[in-house]
Design a binder for this molecule. Structure first.
Ligand SMILES: C[S@@+](CC[C@H](N)C(=O)[O-])C[C@H]1O[C@@H](n2cnc3c(N)ncnc32)[C@H](O)[C@@H]1O
Length: 191
């Protein structure tokens, strides 16, 4: 096993640079970080940060997120002029992160893996685990055409069924997104 330790700003300066990101990690942890990114780089910076994380994960990779709650932002807003300005412009709140990561960024699932026990109430934050699909889109398309070739024309599409498809991996991205959309509406879990 090899280790690499690097320090740097993970927020790219513009969206165009996202295409340069390679799939290089199996797991990315983001513990007590979102508030700082958010206050310093605003909604656009945090969204770009999340998109970069997705792109940096290998297929099948996981993203562990521990977001700070919105009420804790106010205490830190006066750190710099930038944080102060950004604080008042924030529209993308922590309770929106899960939806954004699943619907817009492309993670396939999210589960709460626990809430640490801590004497301080402020540190009892949920740990969320997002998963990136195992297959690359090209693989999924090949799998889908194989599936369609074998499908009985009278059989009901997995999207029409109320049960989740046996494997999301075998669905083309557009179909998978539709299925996730419906899953999202059914999901009553709030952050
Ligand atoms: C409260 S510390 C949390 C450290 C560690 N994750 C933990 O849970 O103990 C916040 C961390 O966010 C990192 N951070 C803030 N803005 C960042 C950015 N733009 N790019 C990369 N790291 C950033 C800081 O370097 C700092 O280590």
């Amino acid at each position: 096993m090899s280790y690499r330790y690097s320090v740097g700003n993970f927020v790219l300066s513009k969206d165009e640079l996202l295409k340069t990101q390679k799939e290089e990690y199996e797991t990315i942890l983001c513990l007590s970080i979102t508030k700082w990114i958010h206050l310093n780089w605003g909604d656009d910076g945090l969204k770009r940060f999340f998109r970069r994380i997705f792109l940096a994960l290998k297929p099948g990779g996981v993203f562990i997120l521990e977001p700070q709650a919105w009420p804790s932002y106010a205490k830190k807003k006066k750190m710099t002029e930038t944080t102060y300005r950004n604080f008042y412009k924030i529209e993308f709140k922590p309770h929106d992160f899960k939806r954004f990561l699943l619907k817009d960024v492309g993670f396939s699932t999210c589960e709460v893996i626990g809430t640490p026990v801590n004497q301080s109430k402020g540190f009892r934050r949920q740990l969320l685990m997002f998963k990136k699909l195992n297959r690359r889109p090209a693989d999924a398309q090949i799998a889908q055409s194989i599936e369609l070739n074998h499908k009985d024309s009278s059989s009901q599409s997995s999207l029409e069924s109320s049960n989740p498809p046996a494997s999301l991996h075998c669905l083309e991205h557009k179909e998978a997104t539709k299925w996730k959309d419906r899953q999202w509406k059914e999901d009553k879990t709030n952050l």
